[in-house]
Design a protein around this ligand. Structure first.
Ligand code: FAD
Length: 415
């Protein structure tokens, strides 16, 4: 079998793989990216957080993203019954980017991948990793492609950015169950015509709506810059099973059940069949091993409610590139303390807020009618993706702070 050589092999050209490739090319390393699909391809996860702009900029891809004309985003809006709250990310505790974009992922991911290629990464679409061998000094990865025979790549290090493909977790028996219950999502893109229902609707924010009877069922509405939006709903797998019809009918039935959302979408044109994804939360026993590290969704994925997926994926690319740079220069890298633990710090912040969302604790905070501006700015920081800023008390001690805040909110007093 043909054997090729590179310094760094990246599995998957999604956001974590492409951005890691950019960061490593800037440091002069040889990078090969093998991507199972051909781009552009559909992916879910369209609402970015301002924190991820830092990493796009660091990878030298900012201008290409800005030029795409994606929908500008400056915050998040939450609706539950008659309660409505907005968070403006520019009014946040942590310094840094306060705005970002709502993106069609097919285009966004393609732009990032092409930027990595322009920077010199050897990008191979329709090349799929089949098997891996980490027994020897250098990793050996077996790849198949549509146009060539199977071949082997020998490299110094592998970054697994295969997302839901979870290549190394599967092949190296690293899978570990998530402690979140099995939830599912139904989603599609529609021509929303929201301005006909509400001319004042703010397209610069993702809107999260809560089901009137079931607080753990929620909807996202992510407007794009072309008059269309991504519309989705999340619920437990058991709840979704009880809704009749195909995926589009199920989604439309659930939208009808939320009066505020149903009103907003009353003129929408449902022109694209809905899709579903069930049981997306996942974890691993370890984010690294001899000769490899896991990035983004190939490691842990929590939950979509705060749009944290791409931001965590890009943060992992940033941390792993730094570690890998030191490793390849001959320094000793402790991947647990230098990569996994710093990454988990922010993931664990999001985890507390996600758990609080489904328990209702964080919803009480969000819908508090009279929040303190200072506390709101700290919460806004986390919602903007600054979940690693330990100067923020809600990052430093997320569980204790959120529990206290929720108690105060439930008493109905000012925070
Ligand atoms: P991916 O984007 O999944 O990319 C992985 C790539 O690897 C794919 O292109 C795949 O084809 C390739 N691959 C897989 N297997 C192989 C193989 N064997 N060989 C070669 N290539 C392979 N995140 C947000 O930030 N905002 C949101 O609004 C948001 N909404 C979401 C809604 C839902 C319902 C869900 C489930 C997730 C959502 N997410 C959101 C999360 C987001 O989708 C992911 O976190 C993000 O795409 C992770 O990026 P990644 O680069 O790690 O992986």
């Amino acid at each position: 079998m043909r054997v090729e050589r590179t310094q760094i092999l990246i599995i998957g050209a999604g956001p974590s793989g492409a951005v890691a490739a950019g960061m490593l090319r800037q440091r002069g390393y040889d990078v090969m990216i093998v991507e199972k699909q051909t781009f552009p391809r559909f992916s879910i996860g369209e609402s970015l957080l301002p924190q991820c702009m830092t990493f796009i900029e660091e990878a030298g891809m900012l201008q290409a993203v800005v030029q795409e004309g994606f929908q500008f985003k400056n915050g998040a809006a939450f609706a539950r019954g008659n309660h409505y709250t907005e968070f403006d990310f520019r009014e946040k505790f942590t310094s840094g980017w306060g705005t970002t974009y709502q993106v069609q992922r097919a285009r966004f991911d393609h732009v990032l991948a092409l930027e990595a290629q322009k920077q010199g990464a050897d990008l191979r679409f329709e090349h799929e990793v089949l098997a891996v061998d980490f027994a020897d000094e250098r990793p050996r990865i077996q790849i198949t492609s549509s146009d060539t025979q199977e071949y082997t790549v020998e490299c110094d290090f592998v970054l697994d950015a295969s997302g839901y493909g979870r290549v190394l977790a599967r092949l190296l028996n690293l899978e570990y169950p998530s402690n979140f219950p099995v939830r599912g999502a139904l989603f599609t893109h529609i021509t929303d015509q929201i301005q006909l229902a509400n001319p004042l609707f703010d397209r610069q924010k993702i809107r999260i709506s809560v089901h009137p009877q079931h607080q753990d069922v929620w909807y996202w509405t992510i407007p794009f810059s072309n008059g269309r939006c991504s519309q989705g709903v999340v619920a437990s797998a058991d709840f979704l099973k009880c809704i009749e019809g195909n995926e589009t009918q199920q989604l439309r039935t659930l939208v009808q059940q939320e009066p505020g959302l149903s009103h907003l979408l009353e003129h929408a044109v449902w022109d694209t069949p809905a899709r579903s994804i069930i049981g997306y939360s996942a974890n691993v026993k370890s984010l690294h091993g001899k000769g490899f590290a896991l990035l983004g969704n190939a490691g842990e994925f929590l939950d979509p409610v705060f749009s944290s997926g791409v931001t965590i994926a890009l943060k992992s690319a940033h941390l792993a590139s730094q570690c890998l740079d030191r490793h390849l220069k001959g320094s000793t890298v402790d991947w647990e303390s230098d990569y996994a633990m710093p990454l988990k710090r922010g993931v664990d912040t999001f985890r507390v807020f996600v758990e609080g969302w489904y328990s209702g604790q964080f919803q009480d905070v969000v819908f508090h009618p009279n929040p303190s501006p200072q506390i709101k700015s700290m919460i806004s920081s986390i919602l903007a993706g600054y979940a690693w800023d330990i100067k923020n008390p809600y990052v430093e001690q997320p569980q204790r702070r959120l529990t206290t805040l929720a108690q105060v909110s439930r008493q109905g007093t000012t925070h």
